[in-house]
Design a protein around this ligand. Structure first.
Ligand code: IPD
Length: 288
């Protein structure tokens, strides 16, 4: 976290403009993947394993986000899940997941998201970056969740003209592990999954229950709005995490990694502060 802390955070005026762009871009890409989904969507490619899929819409959504970002912010960097990265000169990088919850999207399960964040530091190095603004669109519910540093976390309808007022997000106050609903997720590699299942055999008897929603970004939103008490997963990437991290923090929660360090691949835990310190050790025996 030191390297990230050394980079200065933009002024609140700049942050407000960046947050607004995050919302705009996440909503545009969210509508695109919902409304333009081809009738017979198949797997276009696999990545780390045969179960780690990419659809044509992941690629198109990332291309769309690239175009929007480059047009509005030509000096910023871009790091995206599908890999067409850009090195910037401004010190700010857009970290984007064009579809988080791709397997849900493929199966038409309505729990997928577009995650768009602006970060300071180097998001390709764990512990060397942190988000300063972000938005997660939930196209199935036609909602967008967003935050910027120091200004709270909010949910609003994706439709500009909708008069429903924005709702401020607050993490759950549950601090008893045994009463906690814990969201988690699994990687795509069989050996990693076997270890994750083994960790769950120890965790499941200790908590109220477990949820596997299938989108890390939406898991983090659920922590922020208190509809789950905590989230823990190992193996997630910067693009799964970046926007949700600032949303949870601005909702009063903490997002930590192994041994209380920065969140990332080794471990990401999000919860209210008292619960996070109980959940993290349960997952720290799991190899990265
Ligand atoms: C995945 C989802 C899932 C999580 C995986 C991620 P993707 O992202 O967020 O919930 O458990 O670790 O890789 O592949 O759908 O963008």
């Amino acid at each position: 976290m030191d390297a990230a802390a050394a980079v200065s955070v933009p002024s609140d005026e700049q942050l407000a403009a960046l947050e607004q762009l995050c919302v705009e871009f996440a909503v545009i890409a969210g509508r695109f993947i919902r409304d333009e989904r081809p009738d017979r969507l198949g797997v276009a490619q696999t990545k780390s394993t045969d179960t780690d899929v990419v659809t044509v819409m992941d690629r198109r959504s990332e291309e769309l986000l690239h175009r929007l970002i480059i047009e509005a912010r030509p000096d910023d960097g871009i790091l995206g899940e599908e890999g067409a990265d850009v090195t910037g000169t401004s010190g700010l990088t857009w970290v984007i997941d064009p579809i988080d919850g791709t397997v849900n999207y493929l199966y038409e399960i309505p729990a997928y998201a577009v995650s768009v964040a602006v970060v300071v530091g180097d998001p390709s190095r764990e512990g060397a970056w942190r988000p300063v603004a972000g938005a997660i669109s939930d196209p199935s519910l036609r909602l967008v969740h967003h935050a910027r540093h120091g200004a709270g976390a909010w949910t609003r309808p994706e439709e500009e003209g909708d008069a429903t007022p924005p709702r401020r997000l607050t993490v759950s106050s549950e601090h008893r592990l045994g009463r906690s609903l814990l969201a988690t997720g699994f990687g795509y590699a069989a050996d990693v999954r076997a270890r994750q299942a083994e960790v769950l055999t120890r965790v499941l008897p200790l908590v109220r229950d477990i949820r596997r929603i299938g989108s890390a970004a939406l898991d983090l939103v659920r922590v922020a709005d208190g509809s789950v008490d905590a989230y823990a997963e190992s193996g997630i990437n910067a693009w799964d995490l970046a926007a949700g991290w600032i949303v949870v923090e601005e909702a009063g929660g903490v997002v930590v990694g192994r041994d209380g360090g920065a969140p990332g691949k080794a471990l990401t835990v999000a919860a209210g502060p008292a619960l996070a310190t109980q959940v993290a050790p349960l997952f720290t025996t799991e190899p990265a």
